[in-house]
Design a protein around this ligand. Structure first.
Ligand SMILES: Cc1ncc(COP(=O)(O)O)c(C=O)c1O
Length: 334
């Protein structure tokens, strides 16, 4: 990837003269099942541009209540696009067509904020990296079509969902109006994201890219990393999933509170009990880095291309010892 970055052909991408960015947008559109794609610095910006092109101030957005858009984008839908966001109660990060329908507001009324956009997150970060089954994705998209709602897929980890379910990213993404993909997660790039959709919507996304300050210059150096990732880092994601599973099973065997059913992709969520900060420190001292989650007693271990089988063995040894004092022994319920 470093070589690809160093050797990238570049140009002014604001003028669409960067051949590497142009190539990434062409391949990215195909990869995500759409006519066109636009290269962006981050997946947060990609989501915010999507919502900005689908909704107008005073419209309503429906999204699962623990989604990244809801929890980790600083109220962006309200701040950037004037959207009222309603958080749907999710199960495993998913919600049903009936939940969407029951929230649809009367667009003819002068009193209410009309429902305009529905977003799903696949895989769902705070649910533990869980993937949506394809029939449920299709059912949400069909409901959006029936009720004339824009459908957006936050596919920051779409590749993990595709590998876990055995369904192509393009097949999962094609029914949506817009799909986003992040290159700086399992795909292992330093930065970069895509938004994909119809040519008409992507013309608006290109304006959004300038509006949100994401138009770059010789961005081919980053696009080259993303192209490298599409060529070399997609299939290997299955290894991350297998390692996460082995980590989860090893920890569960050692008595650590891990919900095995939850482990579908590259996350292992561990319930460390009330002293989460202390547990994180002890794990760090023994060489294992984990991050916090939205659930107050739960931390997240992530497998990725820098984590080897030996690292998993080491973590299976280190984590139970580090958690000895705080382990709850109570299985996660969610
Ligand atoms: C589901 C989801 N969407 C979007 C993002 C934003 O990604 P970025 O850090 O590239 O802005 C994240 C980051 O964790 C995420 O988990």
């Amino acid at each position: 990837m470093r070589d690809a970055i160093a050797n990238a052909a570049v140009g002014d991408e604001q003028k669409r003269e960067d051949p590497t960015v142009n190539e990434l947008e062409r391949r990215g559109a195909e990869f995500l099942g759409h006519e066109e794609a636009v290269f962006l610095p981050t997946a947060t910006m990609a989501n915010q541009i999507a919502l900005n092109i689908h909704g107008r101030p005073g419209d309503t957005l429906l999204v699962e209540r623990h989604a990244h858009i809801m929890l980790s984008e600083l109220g962006g839908p309200a701040a950037h696009s004037g959207l009222l966001t309603i958080g749907l109660e999710g199960t495993k990060g998913r919600f049903s067509p009936d939940q969407v329908v029951s929230e649809i507001r009367d667009r003819t009324s002068v009193h209410v904020a009309p429902t305009r956009v529905v977003t799903i997150e696949n895989t769902h970060n705070s649910a533990g990296g869980r993937a949506w089954p394809l029939d449920e994705v299709d059912a949400i998209v069909a409901t959006c079509r029936e009720h004339e709602l824009a459908a957006h897929l936050d596919g920051a980890r779409l590749v993990n969902a595709a590998v876990a379910t055995g369904v192509d990213s393009a097949r999962i993404g094609r029914g949506f109006d817009t799909v986003t993909l992040c290159f700086s997660k399992g795909l292992g790039c330093p930065l970069g994201a895509l938004i994909a959709g119809s040519a008409e919507l992507m013309a608006r996304a290109r304006r959004g890219k300038h509006y949100f300050g994401g138009a770059m210059r010789q961005a081919g150096i980053v696009a080259a990393a993303a192209l490298y990732a599409l060529d070399h880092h997609v299939d290997r994601i299955a290894d991350d999933h297998a390692r996460a599973r082995r980590l989860a099973e090893g920890l569960a065997e050692a008595g650590v509170s891990v919900d095995l059913e939850q482990v579908e992709t590259n996350f292992v969520q561990i319930d460390v009990g009330p002293d989460r900060g202390g547990a994180i420190e002890r794990m760090k001292k023994s060489g294992v880095l984990v991050s916090t989650t939205v659930h107050p007693t739960v931390v997240r271990a992530v497998t990725h291309l820098d984590i080897s089988d030996d690292d998993i063995d080491a973590a299976i040894e280190a984590i139970p010892t580090a958690l000895g004092a705080t382990r709850t022994g109570v299985p996660l319920e969610r």
